[in-house]
Design a protein around this ligand. Structure first.
Ligand SMILES: CSC[C@H]1O[C@H](OP(=O)(O)O)[C@H](O)[C@@H]1O
Length: 349
């Protein structure tokens, strides 16, 4: 029996623009924006109108491919120079989510094989659509493996939004819960609000309510108490970059949850597509951690909650050491320690 439910998405390709759901405005306002020029794509990623590692990669791919359609050049070297300029602009939008760089490099590899500018333009658009289409199936598969590892009816805690609107569809950490709704299996999800930008309160609450998932909001500081009092069975989170030893960069606050999970002896799962692994780095210390504007910490929706002249440290991510991770759920299978060995084995599969 399959339940018909609404799983929200945030990216829709039209032949001459990308329509995105403005995630900065949710849940109060459901606003869609057309991205046409390379600067539109850059600004949308930088300002978190589009956010979430896979969604960032998909959006950047469309931005680069669409911009290339308008290069009015005749020489191949001029085409490549403009392509390189646009690629570098998009790559400078955010430093941590490796999916951004993976998508841009995938497009660059695609045109290496081209013999004409027109062929390159066609192939770039085709590759961007491919990246988008592949991600939906990847996330659905992550959801299926997530249902294998999570006990039906469990209470599960998560942070930030690693959901359908952070990907092509379904999400990574939230994929099991959307799929469970389709399969009429049920879970109880606890969502950390996720200061400072509140992706949990604003986006995960909104998204899971759209598909009817039983979700409860807590503040980040309530996590340890909730785990002990509400008998949380597991924690599941997304990822922005996973090193070859399994160290994982994810939204700030994730490391705290891993330490709490370890203290209470509950499993701590990371859910991520193979495109979020960076096998070029050996450990989490090499992952660049984005620091964002102080306004995100000093104010909420433009209302100051701290003195104007406050000193602020605003890292958008932290790194959880692989020793605190029970398993990494990917579309290719569930990866258990020893991560150094098993990551390469499963991803090569
Ligand atoms: C499947 S989304 C992965 C990841 O991206 C989010 O960060 P942001 O909202 O700053 O783009 C968060 O860390 C999610 O877990």
């Amino acid at each position: 029996m399959t339940n018909t439910i609404t799983i929200p998405t945030s990216i829709e390709w039209h032949h001459d623009h990308l329509l995105i759901l403005n995630q900065q405005k949710l849940p109060k306002v459901t606003e869609y924006i057309q991205l046409r020029k390379i600067d539109d794509f850059y600004e949308a990623i930088l300002s978190l109108k589009v956010r979430g590692a896979p969604a960032i990669g998909i959006t950047a791919a469309y931005g680069l491919a669409l911009s290339a359609q308008h290069y009015s050049v005749n020489k191949w070297e001029d085409f490549l120079q403009q392509f390189k300029n646009d690629k570098e602009l998009l790559a400078s939008s955010r430093p941590t989510a490796v999916n951004l760089f993976w998508a841009l490099e995938r497009l660059e590899k695609k045109i290496d094989q081209c013999i004409s500018i027109n062929e390159a333009k066609t192939l770039l658009l085709h590759e961007a659509v491919q990246i988008h289409t592949e991600d939906e199936e990847t996330c659905r598969q992550i959801g299926e493996y997530g249902l294998e590892i999570l006990t039906p009816g469990a209470s599960v805690l998560t942070i930030c939004n690693a959901g359908s609107i952070a990907t092509a569809k379904y999400g990574t950490a939230l994929a099991p819960f959307h799929l469970a709704q389709e399969k009429e299996q049920y879970y109880k999800v606890y969502a950390c609000e996720t200061r400072p930008v509140l992706q949990g309160a604003r986006l995960t609450m909104w998204e899971l309510q759209q598909s009817g998932v039983d979700v409860t909001l807590i503040t980040d500081s309530m996590a340890a108490h909730t785990i002990s009092k509400k008998e949380i069975n597991a924690i599941i989170v997304g990822a922005d970059r996973i090193a070859s030893n399994g160290d994982t960069a994810n939204k700030i606050g994730t490391l705290s949850l891993a330490i709490i999970a370890n203290h209470y002896g509950i499993p701590f799962y990371v859910a991520a597509p193979s495109t979020t692994f960076d096998l070029a780095i050996n450990s989490g210390g090499e992952i660049p951690i984005e620091e964002r504007p102080i306004e995100e910490v000093i104010a909420i929706e433009g209302v100051n909650i701290a003195p104007e002249n406050s000193e602020v440290f605003n890292p958008a991510f932290d790194v959880t050491p692989s020793s605190l991770i029970t398993a990494i759920i990917t579309e290719k299978g569930i990866i258990y320690p020893d991560f150094n060995q098993n990551i390469r084995e499963i991803l090569a599969g």
